[in-house]
Design a protein. Sequence first.
Length: 183
Amino acid sequence: MHATPPHATPPHTKPPTGIHPRTRPRIRRRVTAVAAATLAVTAVTPVTLAYAAPSATVSPSTVAPGGRVALNLEGCGTKTGRASSTAFGEVLLTPGNLQATNLFANATISRNASIGTHRVLFECGNPRGEQVTISIQVISGAARGGIGGSFASMSTGQIAAGGALAAGALGTGVWLLRRRSAA
């Protein structure tokens, strides 16, 4: 008679896990199928969520004809895009960083743009062609820039009074400095 070593399982008993040897391959196939499905869902989900809803901004949102606006589009996941409006025509958007998480451009409002609300249509340059529409307000008034624009609303008397005050302040400063150095 052969004695069974104490650490070996006798041939007539079930495995210690309680699972019959023929069911193990079925369980292994099910676990593999669930793991494969989980991997597929996990692999696709971040891409879908990252580019699900692009967003756009225009700054400033209120501008006069001839003024400039900054256009920004985020969430396309592409390196190209465009923005168009009756206020400024069409401009191409370029990446703002290496990852192309945002696209940007500057546009000049047409001097002939009508006063009121204008739609700005942003389009992603990808096969899905997502679009975002926001509004800008074109207000009356000329775009002012540089010295010429800042003096346009001032009268000659106001300019002369300002010049006299500046000259008086300069003269007082010189007088105080000379008085100190003499003492």
